[in-house]
Ligand binder design. Structure first.
Ligand code: ATP
Length: 324
């Protein structure tokens, strides 16, 4: 397999640090004499032939920027084999001989299908704030999203304390507990509700009242959004109607996706982008960059095509103990 021109795209939800990965791919490839073709708006842009030639300066001054200069999308069409065939035809016509996909497990399934159906060489880089991909301890964007949420909860704590209030703070995580758990531990939350937890309202009320009895002036309950965002309002209503307890709601929403990537995201994304290019040049496909035991390394792409909700789950006991 000779690689002369690498295509790169972002797919699924954006996450802070994707730009660092794009930059690392482009700079590594060019330093090895390889061309890079940027593909705009994910698989949807690929199917429309939205290409841009990348050079050293096209990735200048982006390392600190959130989002992705290539933009991203979700493409229902790409789930169909006929459109994946079309995508490979477009790539080959453009003389792109390998593809790097930055995204989540869904995006990796799309990449895997390109390999299985057309032997098109692919490498994945995990980019999602949810940190919910199997066989990797880390996904680009997670720590930035967590840091953003921590700063928001700290501010909410200030006002909650001043007025002796209870707040339900909803963070992102449809299926993933990782953001809620890390934010909960780092902000000293009195309670953390994970995406699929059945809410025990009585326990929430008992915990809040126990805190008040020992002199606490505020309570923060971190709520993972779960399958339907806005879940905190349902909890708020039950607390009010059944327990006469007033709680305020703050939904952090998309601010968690934006902003300048923190050091970990920049550092890991830079390593992953570099390693992804080296893997392609070594013929190590289909593969994916992962973090295992704290180290960035390569594994088979097939290991990372499912969701995992184990990251940080071991810290739920810690959160509970420290919030006593
Ligand atoms: P995030 O974690 O941010 O949601 P993701 O990569 O998991 O990221 P998805 O919406 O699941 O996000 O997938 C992104 C795109 O990948 C889809 O819009 C679709 O184009 C493609 N894709 C997802 N699953 C498959 C599949 N099984 N086969 C082919 N393509 C797929």
């Amino acid at each position: 397999m000779t690689v002369k021109n690498i295509g790169i795209l972002c797919s699924g939800g954006d996450s802070p640090g994707m730009n660092c990965a794009i930059r690392a791919v482009v700079r590594t490839a060019i330093s090895r004499g390889i061309q890079v073709t940027g593909i705009k708006r994910g698989y949807a842009g690929l199917l429309r032939g939205e290409f841009m030639q990348m050079n050293l300066s096209s990735v200048g001054n982006i390392i600190q920027r959130g989002g992705t200069i290539l933009q991203t999308s979700r493409s229902p069409e790409f789930q169909k084999a006929e459109f994946r065939k079309k995508a490979v035809d477009i790539l080959r016509a453009q003389h792109v001989d390998a593809l790097i996909v930055i995204g989540g497990d869904g995006s990796f399934n799309g990449a895997m299908a390109l390999w299985k159906e057309h032997q098109f060489p692919v490498v994945g880089i995990p980019g999602t704030i949810d940190n919910d991909i199997s066989n990797t301890e880390y996904t680009i964007g997670f720590n930035t999203a967590v840091q953003t949420a921590i700063e928001a909860v700290d501010r909410i704590r200030d006002t909650a304390h001043s007025h002796a209030r209870t707040f339900l703070v909803e963070v992102m995580g449809r299926n993933s507990s990782a953001i809620a758990l890390k934010v909960g531990v780092c902000t000293g939350a009195e309670n953390i509700l994970l995406p699929h937890d059945k809410v025990n309202h009585q326990k929430l009320v008992d915990d809040i009242n126990r805190g008040i009895a020992r002199g606490k002036e505020s309570s923060i309950i971190v709520v993972a959004e779960g399958p339907v965002a806005g879940r905190s309002y349902d909890i708020q209503h039950v607390l009010k109607d059944m327990y006469h307890l007033d709680a305020h709601v703050a939904i952090l929403g998309h601010i968690q996706r934006g902003g300048s990537p923190v050091a970990d995201d920049r550092f890991i994304a830079s390593q992953m982008g570099n390693m992804a290019v080296e893997a392609l040049l070594a013929g190590n496909v289909p593969s994916v960059t992962v973090v295992q035991k704290g180290k960035v390394l390569m594994t088979d792409l097939a290991n990372c095509t499912t969701k995992a909700d184990h990251n940080y789950i071991e810290y739920s006991g810690l959160a509970e103990t420290l919030s006593i």
